[in-house]
Each structure stands twice: as structure tokens, then as C-alpha cells.
Design a protein. Structure first.
Lengths: 443, 443
């Protein structure tokens, strides 16, 4: 094991390095320069960027007061004993993961904004940091400037967080908010691309993979158990239509892409689903490209954090806060790295109970409602609310079901799909309406 | 100067003490016992309550596994060198302030939930802690379990926070939510008292003093400048009537008791006012006894934190998080104590610009609207929206004004009050509708 690195608390000047110098990297550098006095007041130190790893030093950069910091040689950073902290803002899985392991071995603490690396290879990364006795901080990997990792780890240390609900992808939330305003899916996507919220290839956002990676990280920290991207059951918004948005409005709800992480006994369930959110629920008020995370637990009932979940400066501000935190803390325990300490089983598919919204299009023949109700009843699924609207020579049924395990709901829908009156395969969206309650039973 | 206290990082067992053993004190003890394993995983230590100062050891206690910890003698805590951290949960200004100074002098870090002590005598307290080289942490003094102090100090270190907007009193928010449901002021107060949200003497809550103390603390941390309760211009909800609530509804707004702290150039303004909040604004969604704080700044645009702002367990969970933070950090800098480093002037009364809502009751004579409009215009105050509703043989005018300095608005209302048609002195309530924007101008 490498020696625990010591950052001299005597030296005012603390050399740091960046892996990557794109939008976030340049913003980290600029925040460190422009807020040097604030940081020195808080910590007694000035963090000075002395090296930044890039592929092409000749490329035009947004903000680069000193081009001599750029290097294409990772070893210049790894092997420089004066560099006290490294911020990884280059993204990608490799060579990033290898670089981080080599930095840990060299005794350097790392701050990362890399959600996919942590969601896919977090066990390796945190293991390597722990073995080397250095810190690996990752606030910026989830929801940019919203300090949900710090709050989960430090503020809620004596709260058993049992549920995390989040709107953690700004692109899809922007699109869904636009669809509420009347846009169709294609129009909402085009508008998001025009404004730079969505990439040319939007798959990572609209397919739910980005939200799933963030939920894997949040669930790992909240439940103290390693949960990877592969453990998250995710579905994006590509099948959401104006009909869903209109039905939600009719039911006093809105459509949102909601990530949920739930402890059920000693199992966990982490998923991302387009969902109907009751207008009374705080998550329904999250508009546009904003993100929000609601934490429900024993001692706190529920705490919600809301803010911009993406953006260069916003992400950089979280990176800098982590670099500053390294200067003010000691040790590599659960308050510094991740917090996994136990193994939990994944809840079998279909067992998570939830209320659901179901949209069924049928031919309007006598007795069709009775036959549908019968299929639900056969699977012990009960109906809470039903609105029927005419569609060309038929009817659209908007049904809200009482809480039931997803598997039973899906089986009842499979039966309903086989009725001769049913026009297309019905789709079930979870309904979010519950609020956290104190599970302690003492006040 | 006393020696900087050292908490041995070798000893697993860390003796701690409580000043006070009421609802919060008992909950702190219980959380420490029931979550001892979580805390040890996070810090390597077990925090064990060895003494608790009380007035009457014979009184029945909610939760007290070991009555021998109770003492009536403060010196037993102050002079016990084994006690590493003290949590102050007794409240009051004296003898509490004297006890805290003596604890600092004895080298003991203190965690406090005492908002009035910090809002009224914060300069003394933080000065004494700094002189002794020990930490004074105070998350629980503002909004219980909502970690707004930690987020302001640690996560937003490179964000110049320019505005803090908060619903920081749960009692009045519960009452105003109830009034939206149709209750009158007296009925809402009675219901709050019945549920234990309001004291028998509700002055501190309904008069705005509780919210003002919290805003003084938040503003001090946000702006890095000592702001005391005496610097906060506050007004409670005692003059809010059903007419205001109904008018707000008509205007797509809700009435909330809003605290605001604003940087204007190199001056500050901190106030608490019943306000009309636009339904689109996130603060409008804060219902019942919940609290929310919105932080607006350069790098983050805006972050909102929402949750239960009161309660024994909720407050205790913040106290415990602060005790744990002391175990994991070193130094007594801006990340540990408060963060005041500069002196700012208070903005002169009446200079803060805001949009306002004004309610004017008049005799319905020809030309009255013209005369009112003339009085506004004479003070360069312009009208954004106006709704006129008939009241017995007269009219109630609900007027929303464009942003203007409060002084000009009040002077125009004084003129309007002198018109022969005006029935009662009109009241002006600020309107909250703005969202934070990035002031950095770079992305």
C-alpha cells in the first residue's frame, strides 16, 4: 500500500492538474483563478493549475491564460510529486480508468465528473483509491452543481435513506415540459437540439442511459451497496406521445422521466421510467432543463434538492468544491470516498409495487369495460380512477391503478392485449404521488 | 490562546456531552446510540454521550437509557478533559452564551441548534471559537435537517451567492396553506396550535422573529458579513387576511411568508415579508409545515433545498451530522465556523426594488381609478396588472406593480390613502416571481 499522501498545510500554493481541458476543464481553471481569494480564505491555500492533459494542444480553447500548462503526456502529471490533486474532466472509460488507477498508486487524490466510469467501474475505482489511501470525490458526476452526494454522505449520515426519487436528466425534462406546451416528440427533440440541450445523437439522454448511470451512483451512496449501470432497469422517453401528456393533464398530473431507487427489505430496486407525477408532488414543479432529487429517510422524512443539473460552469463549481473539500478533510473513510459496505440483492423483476397509469385503446363495444376490469381483477389489480374519451369509432381508457407489483400489472395488461376489442398493446407508466414519512415512529 | 484541541484519531470511543436534554437532546442521544455503527463506519469513532446538563434530573424524559449521565453542574462538562465535543440544545441567550464561551476556552468544539443566540450574539460566539482555535458548527440552527449551511459554505464556495430566498418558518407556512383552503387567520392559528406547530404564545412565529433570526444567519454565511437580528427588517403574517389570499389566487399566486437576503452592489438587504409568490415559482409549491431555501448565485444560477424545517428528530439529525463533521475535518477556517470576512453597509430603508401587490379599497365613484393611477405615476411607479372586484357599494382594487424601490411604492400609497375615496390604508406585499440567472456571462 502506498503511503497516505500528505498535503502540506504550511504551503499556501498547492499545484493541481487537470485531465482534459474542454468546457468543464477550462471552467474549473477559470473558477480557481477568479475565486482564488475565496478559496484561500476558506482553506489557507491557493489551488494553482500547473498541468492539463489534452490530445491536441493546438486546438482553440475557450479560456487558456497560459498555454504552457497543456501536455499530451500523462506521465508528466502522474510523476510530478508536487501535484497534490488531480481533477478528471476528460470523460470516457479508457484510458481514463487506467489513468485514475495510476494516479491513486502515485498517492494523488482525484476529483471526477465521470458518471459512466463510476456507474460501470465504480468498484474498481473506489477499491484502487482505498487501497492507495487517497480520496476519490465525485460530486460533479451526478446533477452538476446540485450537492446531492455531499448531502447524502455527510448531512444524512444518521438517516437511513430508503428511497431516492429523481429527475436527473435535463434534456428529457426540457423535452417533456415542451410537450406539455403542445409540441410533439420530434418537435421537442428538435428544439432541445437547437438550444444545445440534446446531442446530435440523443440516444444517451432520450434512451434513459444517462439517468440510469446517475441513479446507479446515487443508489450506491444512499444504500451503502455497490449498484452498477447493469443493475438499473431503464426506459427512456422515446415512446412517450402527446396522448400520454394529454391524459396526464386530464388526471392532474405531468409526465416526467423519473429515476427511483428503493430499499425493499434487504433488496434494492433501481429504475428509470417515464412516469406520471401528481401535480401536488414537488417533482411535478421541476420544469425545463432543471434537475431535482428527493431523498426520503427515517429521520428527515424527505429533503428535495433542485437546480441546474448540467452545464460547464455548474459542473466545474462542483469539481472545485470537491478539490477544496480534499484540502479540509483527512482520511479516506466513508465521508471521503463512496460508502459501500454491504451487499444487497436486486429485487426480482416485477416485484416493486407502485401505482400505475395505463392507457388502453379499444373498440367501443358493449361490455368491453367489464371484460377489462375482469382481467385486472384476475391478477388482483384494482382500479383507482378511470377516464374514458372517444377516439375514432372507439375509446381511449385512461386508468389509474392502485399500488400493485409491476409484474401483476404487466400480466394483466398482456391478458387485456389479447381481448379482441383491444387495438394496441397497452403501456403502463408508474405514478408518483407519495410523500416521505418518518419511519422512526418516535418524535 | 488555548491550545488547538486534538481529538485522538486512535481512540474508537469519543466521549461527548449535551447541554440540555429536552426533545432535541434526547433525540440526539438516541440517534447516536441507534446509528453508532453507521457513524463508526464513516469516521472510525463511536460518539458516546457521557454527560447531559439539565435543570431538573428528576423530570420525566422521553428517552433516557442511563439516568446517571444527567448533571446540574456545568463544570462537570467543562472541566472533563475526556469530553471531545459538546452539543448545545438547551436554547436561550443566557446562561447558554457564557457556557459556550467557557467550553471554547476549555478547547471543546461546540455544535449548536440555537438560532437566536447566533442571530443576536453570533459575533461574540464565533469570535470566541476562533480565538480558542475550536470549531463552532450550527447547521441545526436554520431549517433543521435541510443542510443549507453546509451547502452554502462547502458546495458553493466558488459561487458568489447574491440572493437567498426562503420560506423558513413552518408554522406560518402551515397557516397560510390552511388559509388557501378557506380558513381564516384565527382558525388557521387554532389548527396550528392544535397540531403542535404553534406555541400557546405564537408571537415568535407569526410575528416573523423566528424567520428573521434564520435569515440573519443565512445572510451572514452567504455574504461573508456579520448580519444580526437587528439588521433584519421583518413583518409577520398577523395582518394577512382571506382577502389577500383570495386576491393572490385570482392573480395565479399564493401568499407566503418569504425571507429575502439580497446583495445590491456593496450593500445588503435582509427582510421578512408576507409576499405574493407566482404559482410558477418553485417556492409556491412549498406546502404545509415544510421549509425551502433558494440560493441564487453566479456559477449555479439557482439551487433550492426543501424539507421539514422543524421537529425534534430532524433537528437532532443535523446536530449529529455536525458532530460527525468535526471528527472528519481539521482547522477552524471558513469551512468550519462562520464565514464573515468583510463589512457591508445595510441598504437604506426603502431602496430595495421589488414588484409589489397592492390592495386598495375605494368608494366606486367616477374617476377614482384615474386619480389612483395619477398618484402612482407621480412617484414613477407603474402598474403591471389590475383586477377590480365589487365590494359593498365600492370596489377592491388588486394591483400588481412593476419593480420599483419600496420607498417610492409606500410614498405613492400614502398619497392614495389621502384620497377621499380611499377607505383604509392600503397594504403593499412584495411579489416573488423572478428566477436566478447566471451572472458570469460565460459558459
Amino acid at each position: 500500500m502506498a503511503p497516505v499522501p500528505t498535503i502540506s498545510t504550511d504551503a499556501v500554493d498547492v499545484p493541481v492538474a487537470l485531465l482534459g481541458y474542454g468546457t468543464v476543464g477550462a471552467a474549473v481553471h477559470r473558477l480557481l483563478v477568479e475565486n482564488a481569494e475565496d478559496i484561500e480564505r476558506a482553506t489557507g491555500h491557493r489551488l494553482r493549475v500547473v498541468k492539463a492533459l489534452v490530445r491536441d494542444p493546438q486546438r482553440a480553447r475557450k479560456w487558456l491564460p497560459d498555454p504552457t500548462i497543456l501536455t499530451t503526456d500523462f506521465a508528466e502529471i502522474r510523476d510530478d510529486p508536487s501535484i497534490a490533486i488531480v481533477a478528471e474532466v476528460m470523460g470516457g472509460i479508457e484510458p481514463t480508468g487506467t489513468y485514475m488507477r495510476e494516479l491513486f498508486a502515485a498517492g494523488k487524490p482525484v476529483v471526477t465528473a465521470n458518471k459512466q466510469l463510476l456507474a460501470q467501474r465504480g468498484g474498481d475505482m473506489f477499491g484502487a483509491a482505498k487501497a492507495a489511501g487517497v480520496q476519490l470525490r465525485f460530486e460533479a458526476s451526478v446533477c452538476a452543481a446540485i450537492p446531492v452526494i455531499k448531502v447524502l454522505r455527510e448531512s444524512l449520515i444518521v438517516t437511513n435513506v430508503r428511497r431516492v426519487l429523481g429527475i436527473v436528466n435535463g434534456t428529457t425534462n426540457f423535452m417533456l415540459t415542451n410537450m406539455e406546451g403542445g409540441a410533439d416528440y420530434a418537435g421537442a427533440l428538435a428544439e432541445a437540439q437547437r438550444l444545445g440541450y440534446a446531442e446530435a445523437d440523443p440516444t444517451e439522454d432520450v434512451g434513459g442511459g444517462d439517468a440510469a448511470a446517475k441513479m446507479a451512483i446515487l443508489a450506491s451512496v444512499a444504500f451503502g451497496c455497490r449498484i452498477t449501470l447493469a443493475d438499473v432497469d431503464f426506459q427512456g422517453i422515446t415512446e412517450v406521445t402527446q396522448a400520454h401528456v394529454a391524459a396526464a393533464r386530464e388526471l392532474q398530473m405531468v409526465v416526467r422521466l423519473v429515476g427511483s431507487a428503493t430499499l425493499v427489505g434487504s433488496s434494492y430496486d433501481v429504475r428509470v421510467r417515464p412516469s406520471l407525477v401528481d401535480r401536488q408532488h414537488p417533482l411535478a414543479a421541476v420544469d425545463g432543463a432543471f434537475n431535482a432529487v428527493m431523498l426520503q429517510g427515517d429521520a428527515i422524512r424527505e429533503i428535495m434538492l433542485e437546480g441546474p443539473g448540467a452545464g460547464g460552469i455548474e459542473t466545474a463549481s462542483a469539481v472545485v468544491a470537491d478539490m477544496v473539500a480534499i484540502m479540509g478533510t483527512h482520511g479516506t473513510g466513508f465521508l471521503q470516498n463512496d460508502s459501500t459496505w454491504r451487499t444487497l440483492q436486486k429485487l426480482p423483476a416485477g416485484e416493486l409495487p407502485s401505482p400505475f397509469y395505463v392507457h388502453i385503446e379499444v373498440d367501443d363495444r358493449p361490455g368491453v369495460l367489464a371484460r377489462i376490469a375482469e382481467r385486472f381483477a384476475a391478477h388482483e389489480v384494482s382500479v383507482s380512477r378511470l377516464i374514458q374519451t372517444p377516439i375514432d369509432s372507439g375509446a381511449a381508457m385512461h386508468v389509474v391503478l392502485h399500488e400493485a407489483p409491476e409484474g401483476r400489472v404487466l400480466r394483466s395488461l398482456a391478458d387485456i392485449a389479447e381481448l379482441p376489442e383491444t387495438r394496441s398493446r397497452p403501456m403502463a407508466l408508474p405514478v408518483v404521488s407519495d410523500r416521505g414519512v418518518s419511519g422512526l415512529g418516535w418524535s
